[in-house]
Design a protein around this ligand. Structure first.
Ligand code: GAP
Length: 458
């Protein structure tokens, strides 16, 4: 099917039906801004994270991994500027008290606006366009002025005061865990500059209107890398990382026609440049899946000043605060892009349509399905032996219920690239049939060659 014919509602319903994504706490009517990954979803999300880790950490000689705690000393968020300035501009409807995100309403009108604008600037644009903005709940145009509402989520972890006066914050981005460990990594790894530190992990934001399924949630997972360079060398590194990250989407199976670059018009005061990789989501259109930012030396300078610790880098006697190139991607948005890209309703014969997910084999939640032609005559045992030999090396499943044709379709529906059938000939000549998902072509492969065959294809 054409990408433009895909419908997000169909994909969301499919994701639930097949066990990719469930609404959070569904038996209690759900919980806004959170989703749960089901049996297939967790495999897909893990495959996406592994792909990222491989591209960003394992394939680079100078990027080091980290896994920092979600909850940190609250001074971290004061120093980073999140306590003072990490907010969205909201206005209340005076009639029904619904809230709107003013920058998003302006964007819908084609007015360039975002959450980084000053309160004065966003209110000037809001006032110029009030007559075109109506409350979605009651139709009124009577709104308060826009005011910033902080996005940090508070927790009482370790706060035993009676009035909750010493809250901590669930991290609003994973990046700060990297900055506060900068000195630890330098002191232990002794890296040469430039070098990077990367981590994946949960982040939390009090989004006023979580929406568009996994696209904007209050709890989400980020994959972030901060690359530290000498002052003046960040621009070149930035261009290299931009290309690298684009290529990583393509090698995850995303058609470059559904990707584009978007440069930010409005930069936060410390950023020197910011570009997003946008994916063309069905129905939602092009929107940010990854942000690449030149963050200058702002964060390390702030943490140096607030902590009193020297966070400069000593390059053979030349001391400076490194500049930072950041690559930041949300697992949920990448997941939604990969799923949307893979989803297909394909007419394979007159009146015969199959749903098939064209995942790249290294991303597919199940990579190999082993099927006995029949359960009897020792075929199930033979197939189970094949399964046992493959399961440690590939994400493998075993299925013996229903006709082989139906089982092929079931595997197509969850995007399994290879089905292996153990039949009567297999007992005689130690070969199996391997059926490829997209072409539906079948070939005989010797059991002794199976591992190598699959390794090469996957
Ligand atoms: N450290 C930089 C940073 O956090 P960001 O542009 O706010 O920058 C980076 O977020 C990425 O995190 C986005 O490109 C997006 O993929 C993901 N992301 C941000 N907010 C999100 C949300 N509410 N729900 C899902 N993903 C989100």
């Amino acid at each position: 099917m054409k990408h433009s014919d895909k419908k997000m509602d169909t994909i969301i319903a499919y994701a639930k039906r097949k066990g990719f994504v469930f609404p959070s706490s569904e038996i209690y009517d759900g919980f806004a801004g959170a989703y749960d990954y089901g049996p297939l979803g967790v495999e897909l999300a893990n495959a996406i994270k592994r792909h990222w880790w491989k591209d960003v950490v394992l394939k680079k000689h100078n990027v080091y991994g980290l896994d920092a705690a979600i909850v940190m000393n609250p001074k971290v968020w004061v120093a980073s500027g999140h306590v003072g300035g990490f907010s969205d501009p909201l206005a209340d409807c005076r009639v029904c008290q619904s809230r709107i995100r003013v920058d998003k309403e302006l964007e819908k009108l084609g007015v360039s606006a975002d959450e980084k604008m000053s309160e004065e600037e966003i209110n000037r644009l809001f006032d110029e366009n009030r007559d075109k903005i109506t409350c979605a709940s009651c139709g009124s145009q009577d709104f308060t002025s826009a005011r910033p509402i902080n996005l940090l989520v508070q927790s009482n972890m370790g706060d035993f005061s009676t009035d909750g006066s010493s809250p901590v914050y669930l991290r609003g981005e994973t990046a700060q865990g990297i900055y506060v460990n900068f000195k630890n990594v330098v002191d232990t790894v002794n890296p040469k500059i430039p070098f990077g530190i990367a981590q994946t992990g949960k982040a939390f934001r009090n989004e006023i209107s979580p929406r568009q399924f996994l696209f904007r949630t209050r709890e989400f997972e980020q994959m972030e890398m901060q690359y530290f360079t000498k002052p003046g060398e960040d621009k070149d590194a930035y261009e290299v990382w931009k290309q690298d990250r684009w290529d990583s989407f393509v090698s995850m199976g995303i058609n470059p026609e559904n990707l584009r670059w978007n440069q930010h018009d409005n930069l936060v005061f410390y950023a020197a440049d910011a570009w997003d990789i946008e994916y063309q989501y069905p129905d939602y259109g092009f929107d940010e899946v990854e942000g690449l930012h030149m963050r200058t030396n702002y964060d390390l300078t702030q943490h140096s000043e607030h902590s009193g610790k020297d966070l400069s880098f000593n390059d053979n006697g030349d001391k400076f605060i490194p500049h930072v190139v950041e690559a930041s991607i949300g697992v949920g948005r990448a997941f939604l892009a990969v799923l949307s890209e893979a989803y297909d309703e394909e007419e394979i014969a007159e009146g015969d349509t199959r749903v098939v997910l064209h995942f790249a084999p290294h991303i597919a939640p199940i990579q190999v399905a082993v099927l006995p032609l029949m359960k009897k005559d020792g075929l199930a045992e033979g197939a189970q032996e094949i399964f046992a030999g493959l399961a440690g090396n590939f994400r493998t499943t075993y299925d013996e219920s229903g006709s082989v044709g139906k089982r092929y379709r079931r595997q197509d529906e969850v995007g399994t690239p290879f089905c292996i059938t153990f039949d009567y000939d297999s007992k005689e000549d130690d070969t199996v049939t391997v059926r490829e998902r997209d072409s539906m072509k079948q070939e005989r492969v010797a059991v002794s060659e199976l591992q190598n065959y699959l390794q090469e294809k996957i």
